[in-house]
Design a protein around this ligand. Structure first.
Ligand code: PMT
Length: 219
């Protein structure tokens, strides 16, 4: 790795899951633990960056020396990301963002009076896609969590979301992805061949990602 090559850079990282409220005691979410995003924040900070970490609920302690912002829902994450985006040099969306929210969360606990309960879900804003449209100088990194056709689906996301680098993550495997301390990913870039990053700790994957960003920014 490259010492303090990120000194003077502002890096925004999202991590963990977002939650969507059903009623005062229930919510919808996913299996993200925040490990991947927090590893990225720690490595960026060690390499000298000024790091802002916007995180959904996790059981992790944020790395020291990062500007930590806790959020719960996708709307809250979107609001905070947009607040910081313009000033950033590198933005990495590692969070597992809920694609849908409950249209009308109940204000009181829902009673179990009927055999069926229908929840109407409506689509959330795609934060990364909106950043892809807004970006000027920012180096924008997305993740793609896929359970099938990994590279095909991830390549589609890279193009649709206008990112500079997309980290394709096979989340059908139990030994990597959600919750694991290890990951194996493929870096996709618009102008280069896919780059497989073999199974390693999430911290080492983070090192490889910042090395790759550094090499792309030097060209
Ligand atoms: O947290 P861990 O337990 O360590 O697990 C790590 C991880 C599997 C969560 C991580 O490596 C990962 O793959 N993160 C992306 C999860 C995800 O939401 O992927 P997606 O393919 O649904 O979304 C594609 C990209 O768009 C992501 O960068 C996501 O942050 C972003 N997105 C998605 C939906 C949405 N409404 N807004 C977004 O910005």
């Amino acid at each position: 790795s490259a010492g303090r090559d990120l000194k003077g850079k502002r890096v925004l990282i999202t991590a963990g899951k977002t939650i969507e409220i059903i009623d005062p005691v229930r919510y919808i979410t996913n299996r993200s633990t925040g490990k991947m995003g927090y590893a990225l924040a720690q490595i960026a900070s060690e390499r000298g960056a000024e790091v802002t970490l916007i995180s959904g609920p996790t059981n992790l302690l944020p790395p020291i020396d990062v500007n930590f912002i806790a959020v719960k829902t996708t709307a809250e994450m979107a609001e905070q990301v947009k607040r910081y985006f313009e000033k950033m040099d590198i933005v990495i969306m590692a969070a597992a963002v809920a694609d849908y929210r409950v249209e009308k969360p109940a204000t009181q606990k829902i009673k179990k009076n009927s055999p069926n309960l229908e929840l109407k879900l409506v689509k959330n804003i795609d934060i990364l896609k909106s950043l892809g449209q807004l970006k000027t100088k920012q180096f924008l990194v997305g993740f793609a969590a896929e359970t099938q056709n990994l590279l095909e689906n991830a390549t589609k996301k890279m193009r649709e979301k206008n990112v500079d680098l997309l980290v394709a993550n096979d989340v059908s495997r139990q030994d990597i992805g959600f919750g694991s301390d290890q990951n194996e990913v493929t870096f996709l870039r618009p102008e280069n061949k896919p780059l497989l990053i073999r199974k390693n700790s999430k911290k080492e994957i983070a090192v490889q990602l910042f090395d790759c960003i550094d090499s792309m920014e030097r060209r």
